[in-house]
Design a protein around this ligand. Structure first.
Ligand code: FES
Ligand code: FES
Length: 160
């Protein structure tokens, strides 16, 4: 066992973990933060994306011990006092989901994009979300949601 101290969504956790434990499993199974789903376990789908010290990381490809001393933000740490962020609201309003499985990872990746580039084009949104797979929506509404959150004029002709 290895001791880690990690701040997740504003709370610091001190835990002893197996060195091989994945961060995704630590978040879900140890901390009960099941808002971060595991879609593939092979770092392909992006569903498990979290913010790790200010950059996105696929939590199924990071060991919990690598998060020692880090700040992790999950989808569950975004809303404040029950209020969604504009990006979360835009996904809701633009219906950027069907089953919702990919949504936490999409939002975490889009959040990272908007921090770096507050006014992306639709091509830039697509490029930023390349590592996040959705099996349901065809991406149009996801792209619209991100552009909406960025305050862009969103043409209804945005296509996948
Ligand atoms: S579960 Fe991590 S990338 Fe798919
Ligand atoms: S909404 Fe189902 S995988 Fe994206």
């Amino acid at each position: 066992m290895t001791h880690i101290s990690v701040n997740v969504d504003g709370t610091t956790y001190d835990d002893d973990v197996e060195p091989r434990l994945l961060l995704a499993h630590y978040l879900r199974d140890r901390l009960g933060l099941t808002g971060t789903p595991i879609g593939c376990d092979t770092s392909n789908c992006g569903a498990c994306t979290v913010d790790l010290d200010g950059a996105t990381a696929k939590s199924c490809s990071v060991l919990a011990v690598q998060a020692d001393g880090c700040e992790v933000t999950t989808i569950q740490g975004l809303a404040r006092d029950g209020e969604w962020t504009p990006l979360q609201r835009a996904f809701h309003e633009r219906h950027g989901l069907q089953c919702g499985y990919c949504t936490p990872g999409m939002i975490m990746a889009a959040r990272d994009l908007l921090r770096e580039n507050p006014h992306p084009t639709s091509d830039e949104v697509r490029h930023a979300l390349e590592g996040n797979l959705c099996r349901c929506t065809g991406y149009q509404n996801i792209v619209r949601a991100v552009l909406d959150a960025a305050g862009a004029e969103v043409s209804e002709e945005v296509t996948a």
